[in-house]
Design a protein around this ligand. Structure first.
Ligand code: CO
Length: 200
């Protein structure tokens, strides 16, 4: 093994451990994928979906990008959503942002280089839209953290209007969209209480 042998060593160890504690583990995973949740989170290495909600492989379908943005013009995210809802029949979509998000912070400062700046355009618009509320906060960290929350709330709103979601609701499929924020400093999740289970 020429490159990254330590990762392959960890992998062999992990696979052996899984098999030891649950001999049918991999056979079961091969046979069926039936997760209940779609997780849309930030690519940040400190916010690993499965780990922070204690879910095993097979239990959560995951899409991550910089700053957990759902854009109606992003075929990647839309395809993940479509597959999760229409094929896997998941019943919960969780948009999970995190305090201290570098992507969100970018929207409060000077422009980044492309293509990152273009990707983060919706965040700049969002920060302009909420400029009054943000200006009332006492310091930059508060503004940054509030924008992390507003971003999640906005993505829940965007999701609620996407055809995959509205079609599912129209045919009576159970589908709840949630907005959460994760705190890096204590590892705890906060529910922003913006869950939606149907059209307004
Ligand atoms: Co982030």
């Amino acid at each position: 093994m020429k490159f990254l042998p330590q990762l392959f060593a960890h992998n062999r160890e992990w696979a052996a451990q899984q098999k030891k504690s649950d001999p049918q583990f991999f056979e079961r995973l091969c046979a069926i994928q039936r997760p209940e949740y779609l997780w849309i989170g930030c690519a940040d290495s400190r916010v690993p979906a499965n780990t922070i909600v204690g879910l095993a492989p097979g239990e959560v379908f995951v899409h991550r990008n910089v700053a957990n943005i759902v854009r109606p013009d992003d075929p990647n995210c839309l395809s993940v959503l479509q597959y999760a809802v229409d094929v896997l029949g998941i019943s919960h979509v969780i948009v999970c942002g995190h305090y201290g998000c570098g992507g969100v912070q970018n929207a409060l400062g000077p422009a980044a280089q492309q293509p990152l700046e273009g990707w983060l355009t919706p965040l700049r618009s969002l920060s302009r839209m909420h400029a009054l509320e943000l200006a009332e906060l006492s310091d930059d960290t508060d503004r940054w953290n509030r924008l992390c929350e507003l971003n999640v709330i906005e993505q829940v709103r965007v999701l609620s209007g996407l055809p995959t979601v509205t079609d599912a609701w129209r045919r009576g499929q159970r589908l709840v969209i949630h907005g959460w924020v994760y705190a890096l400093n204590d590892g705890l999740l906060h529910d922003l209480n913006v869950s939606r289970d149907g059209p307004e």
